[in-house]
Design a protein around this ligand. Structure first.
Ligand SMILES: NC(=O)c1ccc[n+]([C@@H]2O[C@H](COP(=O)([O-])OP(=O)(O)OC[C@H]3O[C@@H](n4cnc5c(N)ncnc54)[C@H](O)[C@@H]3O)[C@@H](O)[C@H]2O)c1
Length: 282
């Protein structure tokens, strides 16, 4: 390929167009005929991701603890002319994850994309944190991603068509954003390590695994953190430091997830994209 290009240049012929180099852009970004699972897809960042993947043509399976919100989001996506359905369960419960994978296989006949987004971030000082507090964050944020990856990859390998896994980590996988998140930071550092090792293991099966590390994003989960004045002050102080001078929106992460789910990122695996309005620069 390289030789062919060099020869073309020597012979004075025009350089190849995008079309000659590969697929046209609308095909590169299309997810037509693909099926994506988005965990925690009922609200917040997960909803932002589900909406963009569906818009690009994917059948989107929303998997969430909150049945009513999951149904409502799937209905909104269908109302805008795209394909989505809702599944209820807990990512940290092995039997729920197995049932989800079975149901999605039955409904759509395959799984091409998994977004491990479901996560919790209760703010608790370490000195007040119980073993149960620590374990519940690890269960959802880390063990949940492990279980979904394991069972979805089994199907991807069986189908032999490769796939994409996108893990939603956090800037806290790189640097702490505030005190009271020691359990959360442990889970997100863990998820980043998990991303790299899984990417290595599954590369021979053409399953590309990457992570997105969001900064502060306006979601119901962040809204719920602001219940005490002290937390409100901590979140405000965080927001004021953002070089882009705004909190992120779920769609900022939705667009990045579309990039990682599509051929736009066709030569990436084991990478983490920071989407934080520049926060980590401060
Ligand atoms: N919002 C932020 O500023 C921010 C920043 C960095 C990373 N993140 C990460 O992004 C992800 C989404 O965060 P968000 O702010 O949208 O949260 P959110 O609380 O607004 O929404 C999370 C969704 O996940 C679902 N969920 C929670 N636990 C679940 C479980 N065990 N099984 C199935 N579904 C479950 C909830 O019901 C909810 O619909 C999390 O992993 C979070 O750590 C968020």
């Amino acid at each position: 390929m390289l030789l062919a290009k060099t020869e073309r240049r020597k012979s004075g012929k025009r350089s190849p167009s995008t079309r000659e180099l590969g697929m046209p852009l609308h095909e590169i970004i299309s997810l037509n005929g693909k099926t994506a699972i988005v965990t925690g897809g009922a609200l917040g960042i997960g909803k932002g991701i589900a909406v963009r993947l569906a818009e690009a043509g994917a059948n989107v399976a929303i998997f969430d603890l909150k049945q009513d919100d999951a149904k409502r989001t799937a209905e909104e996506i269908r109302q805008s002319g795209h394909k989505a359905s809702a599944f209820t369960g807990n990512v940290a419960e092995e039997k729920d994850v197995q049932a989800l994978v079975q149901s999605v296989m039955q409904e759509y006949g395959g799984i091409d994309i998994l977004v491990n987004n479901a996560g919790i971030f209760p703010n608790i000082l370490l000195r007040e944190m119980s073993r149960g507090d620590f374990e519940s964050v690890l269960s959802t944020n880390l063990i949940g991603a492990f279980l979904c990856t394991k069972y979805v990859c089994e199907e991807m390998i069986r189908a032999g068509k490769g796939g994409r896994i996108i893990n939603i980590t956090s800037i806290d996988a790189i640097h702490p954003s505030m005190v009271g998140l020691a359990h959360y930071d442990a889970s997100k550092h863990g998820l980043w390590g998990f991303t790299k090792n899984a990417a290595l293991e599954y590369a021979p099966h053409k399953i590309w695994i990457n992570a997105i590390a969001p900064g502060g994003i306006n979601t119901p989960g962040v809204g719920a953190m602001n219940r005490t004045q002290e937390m409100q002050r901590a979140v405000d102080a965080f927001a004021q430091q953002i070089p882009m001078k705004r909190m992120g929106e779920p769609d900022d992460i939705g667009k990045t997830a579309l990039f990682l789910a599509s051929e736009l990122s066709g030569y990436m695996t084991g990478a983490q994209i920071v989407v934080d309005g520049g926060y980590l620069l401060t």
